[in-house]
Ligand binder design. Sequence first.
Ligand code: PGA
Length: 253
Amino acid sequence: MRKKIVAGNWKMNKTLAEAQALTAEVLGMVADEVTNDAVIILCTPFPFLLTVKNQLGTNRIAVGAQNCSEHDSGAYTGEVSAAMLKSMNIPYVILGHSERRQYFGEDGQLLAKKVDAALRHGLTPIFCCGEPLDVREKNQHIELVKKQVEEALFHLDAAAIQKIVIAYEPVWAIGTGKTATTAQAQEMHAVIRQQLAAKYGHTVAQEISILYGGSVKPDNAKELFACADVDGGLVGGASLKSRDFVEIIKGVG
Ligand code: PGA
């Protein structure tokens, strides 16, 4: 059975001391209050990964990176490889976030290589897809998201695709306070799962966690996570506040 996952995406926020304080708060509240068995991931900025990982110790909460290079090593100043993350035992990496696509020009071809690099080193990619507002207004959102999934993931075989977590994040909902309705989220998640089923078969498609992202908050998490094909969330802004993040985790059930 596929896993329920709540991943916090801290983006480029927090100082080291603030990161440690947030981690300590989340740790305490999760220990005291969370009774479900959701996988919980903190995707911190690169410089904090090891500190946060050590702070979490053997706790159930895992850490993740927010990006990695498509290359394993070499003269790529400023880049971080999947091999480096693996050497630090970082299990997860977000790939293809809309901010990476928009500000850093990441496209499907590059993301396919990043996915390969992450898998080559045993990391679990959290692969993001999602349409901008103008595409939804033109009613081309399904077509675009299917293309994003196909371009970056469909070169994988059935064994490899099952190692991927997908996050559907409509760009118009990210950081805007505008959440997709449950109907909009469920529609797209079902489309992605059907697409996976058509390519890899029903059993494989049922094993892949598909997260929703885009202004997930304590007051909408529960109903979004209750949708049949929504297996948890990728949470930006609300993951920077321990109370909000923990309430969202509790929303998984
Ligand atoms: P948000 O961000 O929750 O602040 O909308 C989500 C994301 O970008 O992953």
